[in-house]
Write a protein that binds this ligand. Sequence first.
Ligand code: ATP
Length: 463
Amino acid sequence: MLLMKKEKKNEESEVMESIISLCKRRGFIFQGSEIYGGLAGTWDYGPYGLALKNNIKAIWWKRFVLDRDDMYGMDAAILMNQKTWQASGHVDGFADPLVECKKCKSRFRADQIPLEKEGKLAGFQICPDCGGHLGASRKFNMMFKTTVGAVESEESISYLRPETAQGMFVNFKNIIDSFHPKLPFGMAQIGKAFRNEIAPRDFLFRAREFEQMEIEYFVNPKNWKKSFEDFQKEMHAFIKDVGLDVKKVHELEIPDGERAHYSKRTIDFEYDWPFGRKELYGLAYRTDFDLSAHANLSKVSLEYSDEETKEKFIPHVIEPSFGLDRTVLAILCDAYTEDEMGIDESKEGKKEKRKYLRLAPTIAPVKIAVFPLLRNKSALVEKAREIYKILKKTIPAVKFDDNGNIGKRYRRQDEIGTPFCVTIDFDTIEKNAGVTVRDRDSGKQERVKEDELVKYISEKIYN
Ligand code: ATP
């Protein structure tokens, strides 16, 4: 049994290692500050990772902002007046339990280390690195502290925001004054958040700098249930939009006593990661906790006046919160595939497995790659360039590639998840026979007439 568990663990970490290595090899994601040995919990997105991330952001923004009439987009400053974090409870309460190994001094989150079940050390927490005893747990505040301005004093203290939410709460009144929206309405924001996580791990899953896509949806407290349930459905719809495997997503109702201090109801959307089932997104009913706290501390009224009923009250809030980097990671985990369609490059006739990303066409960083069959035949290259230019006019993210032999080009494109490769061969120019379009997943090729190519591929990508 123990052996089986160990084997499974090894398989899981092998999958993660393959994904991390593909991301580096193909320019998706690099370790932060790599040439200096890295900085734990930070990751740098390269061209394809950035394109993937931007595609996810665009899909999110379209569903939750552009397609709705009740949503106001925001991009608030990362640095905020320290009072924001006093009111929100983060200065006093945004802390994880920290335990330190008495022997090797490694630090861990106490709630992630199980108690030893057997033997002499039963009932104690044991260091996963060296097997030493872990000391008593203490609270560790996860906000990054900094100072603003030339003079360092108590007043100049600020923090890198640990969530994007507060940037919206402190602008609630601005949106009311500028746009006079009626309840219910929401504010939406995509941006960086920073948490000094005790144990950053599992690639993008737990980083110290990451991006969130958050909505604060303001409601009359009488109607909070309906909005909560509407967003619950919308979150599932977004998960489908980005092509995630819906079977791997599970809702977890967080019971009383385990929710954040501000929440009356929370559902975690969990995902089956290679390293276990853990949180992907969260949906919380934040009540009027934040607006009331900011109104109290700032002495600015954050009440809403209902013109029809003449009621005056502080709106309640439904908060769907999406981790952007966790979305990227879930997509990569879902898309990473190995199959037997390998290419024989060795003299011994050994086929190497094909490793590739089965990305949905809407989120793939490159949608189409265009190749001349041979790179040293100018007629093929010219024709391929011509077709490349035509495609690029209507479909963004088309790539021209004439580097190496055609097998290598297919493999390179498969690895970055390009759904279609268009090849220009001698029949294209000599017999006017159209081009070949190769499908990434099946490897099958179809001949398509030149003047039907844009329509043919657009339908495949966007339908
Ligand atoms: P966890 O329990 O995993 O620490 P959390 O409950 O503290 O997460 P929230 O405060 O609800 O997370 O943050 C909202 C979302 O932000 C999460 O659902 C997740 O997608 C993302 N997120 C939170 N912390 C991190 C992190 N350290 N790295 C990457 N994404 C994160």
